[in-house]
Design a protein around this ligand. Structure first.
Ligand SMILES: *Cc1c(COP(=O)(O)O)cnc(C)c1O
Length: 340
């Protein structure tokens, strides 16, 4: 199917120069002695230090603007890349931003993503009592805190719009359908066939977008999602549901089932944001071989998964792998103690 025509029909804002580069990683490929590794540089999108959420916001913000939004409300962890990019996009469109941050206000100076949220003038609301399964509640649209803030703003005569956690909605997922279209063009130009695409899976929106993009483009490439958090529901089911909702939104008949979705839970450690030796090794390896800056929460865990699958021989010399660098490097400035 013609993805370009499908995407072109959707309201979209251009928030970043695209395509992002697709780079061969020769030093990493040589060091690991396995598949040829390419890196899709989605860390180089242009909203306040970039990352994967920018692509979703290109489709989500026109929807918010069409609803008459003058204020966006969203939530995330203290070092949320989603929150940072959403605040930047809102500012670019002349909107206010209110963010619910899961946790206590930090004792010392603000760092990393949080510092940038503050710098961009977002209203920061700390919320220490966020339920463990907030991601699932948020995806189901039943998380109450942001809804209350929206009411508060409405009563002040504002027009708030809720931006769901991570932008994992059918509209947001269009960002990664578009990314796969881009990737397909870049691979074709290089004369390369990718056997696998690897990326960190948080809410699952990025994976859902990539799965839909691969299906629509007919590329013979398998998506391996490396989960960065545990969930009450199997992520495969949630991703398949997100894919189906996206296809419905686009009026496409394609169907996905959980068994067609690959999510790996082996590299999470104790949970979301938990430090693991393999993620720290990955952050250091990517930086030293290719000058790529990952974080221990997202891309570092996905990269650790890729390295382990190569070492175990699951990914072999015969394969070509595209690692999606989803960004997040600014979080390192909040955790200098990890890299002494
Ligand atoms: C949000 C995020 C992800 C995960 O994307 P989802 O669409 O939520 O699965 C991966 N990497 C980074 C750096 C992120 O900020």
């Amino acid at each position: 199917m013609d993805i370009k025509a499908i995407v072109a029909k959707q309201p979209r804002l251009h928030l970043t120069p695209l395509p992002t580069p697709l780079e061969f990683a020769p030093n990493l490929t040589a060091l690991l002695g396995g598949p040829r590794i390419y890196v899709k540089r989605d860390d180089l999108t242009a909203l306040a230090f970039g990352g994967n959420k920018t692509r979703k916001l290109e489709f989500l913000l026109p929807q918010a603007a069409a609803e008459g939004a003058d204020t966006v409300i969203t939530l995330g962890g203290l070092q949320s890349n989603w929150v940072r990019q959403t605040v930047a996009a809102a500012r670019k469109l002349g909107m206010e931003a209110v963010v619910v941050l899961e946790g206590e206000p930090p004792k010392g100076d603000l760092q990393g993503n949080l510092l940038l949220d503050h710098l961009m003038g977002a209203e920061l609301r700390y919320e220490p009592n966020v339920p463990q399964d907030v991601e699932d509640l948020e995806i189901q649209g039943v998380f109450p805190i942001t809804g209350k803030i929206a009411e508060e703003y409405r009563s002040k005569g504002r027009h708030p719009v809720l931006m769901p956690l991570g932008g994992a909605t059918p509209v947001g997922n269009l960002g990664y359908i578009n990314a796969v279209d881009e990737l397909g063009d870049q691979l074709k130009e290089l004369g390369v066939k990718a056997d696998y695409v690897i990326a960190a899976t948080g809410t699952g929106g990025t994976q859902a977008g990539i799965e839909c993009g691969l299906r629509l483009s007919g590329m013979d490439t398998k998506m391996l999602g490396i989960s960065v958090s545990y969930h009450t529901r199997p992520k495969e089911e949630e991703v398949a549901e997100l894919c189906n909702a996206t296809m419905d939104f686009l009026g496409c008949g394609e169907r996905f089932t959980a068994d067609q979705i690959s999510v790996n839970y082996d590299y999470i450690g104790a949970g979301y944001g938990a430090v693991t030796d393999t993620a720290l090794e990955a952050v250091s390896m990517a930086a030293r071989t290719e000058g790529l800056i990952l974080c221990h929460t997202y891309a570092g865990k996905a990269f650790a998964g890729m390295v382990d699958l190569i070492r175990k021989g699951v990914l072999t010399k015969e394969d070509t792998v595209v690692f999606f660098h989803t960004g997040g490097g600014v979080a390192n400035f909040a955790h200098p103690e990890l890299f002494r």
